[in-house]
Design a protein around this ligand. Sequence first.
Ligand SMILES: [Zn+2]
Length: 287
Amino acid sequence: MPELPEVETTRKGIQPKVDQQTITAFVIRDGRLRWPVETHLQNTLPGLVVLSVQRRGKYILLNTQKGTLLIHLGMSGNLRVLPTDTEVQKHDHIDIEFANGYLLRLNDPRRFGSVLWHDVSLGPVENHKLLAKLAPEPLTDDFNGAYFYEKTRNRKVAIKTLVMNSHVVVGAGNIYANESLFMSRIHPQTQASLLTQKQCDLLVENIKSVLIAAIKQGGTTLKDFLSPDGKPGYFVQQLKVYGQAGQPCQTCSTPIERIMLNQRATYFCSQCQPFIKPKPPSAQKSR
Ligand SMILES: [Zn+2]
């Protein structure tokens, strides 16, 4: 599933050929995505200029004079910039053609992606119901140790589950949650409320750095966005725990363990990330 770094890599990859370009056609080959693609867009979009290419959470936003197109890659989607005459392949559902001779093509085998329209008459795109309740972006100053510490108070949920909660922070997907907890020496099953301010500061710092590293690596394959057969620039990172079950920990050589937590594969080193048991309720009462 494309996660925040892949979406940011995609945004950066398409921007040079899409930003400030006039849309000449919007082609719907199969509009049965997660939500049906509005057919009026075939008439609404031509003639409009893409004023900016932004991202909020995992949505790519193409802003025009009349409104914003929100594109989500779902489970299996990818966006590529191609010459307009590029042959159509299986699962190429949507094209946005531009006056510069390029088109933006959404390929999505599983069709969980979405292409949605937010008309300018409805106010800023931030008001869109899918964006309005999104938590802070992880790479902004709004996501900081003090904010995160406050979010962990009175929360009995496992810290990894809280990190992945998009109401707390957007875009810290499973890989990044696993890696940042390892870097912070925090066991993924630790009850969130047991974390100290210091641990929260460290975890926030590591979530940011693992995402920045992933975006950087994604950026090295940007040329793929311009090749018709190119895979999207999904990064291949040097992962320390994710997918490493049974392999020796890079720090202490203890075999990495794998468990399921909230139905997601969870990897950790039991030596580097010791589990801190919550106090039983009776012990808390007696104090
Ligand atoms: Zn270790």
